[in-house]
Design a protein around this ligand. Structure first.
Ligand SMILES: [Zn+2]
Length: 170
């Protein structure tokens, strides 16, 4: 029943993002505190981590710089460093929470590469398990979502909360 209650909310989240293409999802989330509602899990000074509303697997996370840019060349060394630190932190969190067998980490640069939000660069962190699929359909519309986003957020938030001085700011 929880899944059914959760699904309409998720669809609203998705459609609202699509109906307002002029408002960048990452810019909007970058201003908000970490919460299960907006799926922002962890925040740094220049970058932040959030759950992907269209996860390819359980625990699919995204790391985006706070600043709106599509170009890696626009990012300062400081910004890039924090993005990479949050990518590393995301991997560590997922490792602890889900014990995956591997990870796919990467960026879809440009719409031709399948970027959903091409104007605001973001890194995908996708945990993988032996036998989940032969090849990750990163750009395809095929997704397997065995767990709800709420459950995923709660699980990762719990791992995060158990760490010293590294918790989310909510
Ligand atoms: Zn943006």
């Amino acid at each position: 029943m929880t899944e059914r209650l959760w699904a309409p909310w998720r669809m609203q989240y998705v459609s609202s993002a699509r109906e307002q293409p002029e408002e960048c999802l990452f810019c909007a989330r970058a201003k908000e505190p970490c919460s299960a509602e907006n799926m922002v899990l962890l925040r740094g000074k220049h970058a932040f981590v959030m759950l992907n509303a269209f996860p390819y697997t359980n625990g699919h996370l995204m790391v985006a710089p706070v600043r709106h840019t599509a170009d890696m060349n626009d990012l300062s060394d400081e910004e890039l460093l924090e993005v990479m630190r949050l990518v590393r932190e995301s991997v560590n969190l997922l490792q602890e929470a889900y014990r995956p067998d591997g990870f796919n980490i990467g960026v879809n640069l440009g719409r031709a590469a399948g970027a959903g939000i091409a104007d605001h660069i973001h890194w995908h962190i996708v945990p993988r398990w032996n036998g989940d699929t032969n090849f990750m359909p990163v750009l395809a519309d095929v997704r397997v979502i065995p767990d709800s986003l709420e459950n995923t957020y709660a699980k990762l938030h719990q791992v995060l909360s158990q760490r010293d001085g590294n918790g989310p700011d909510s």
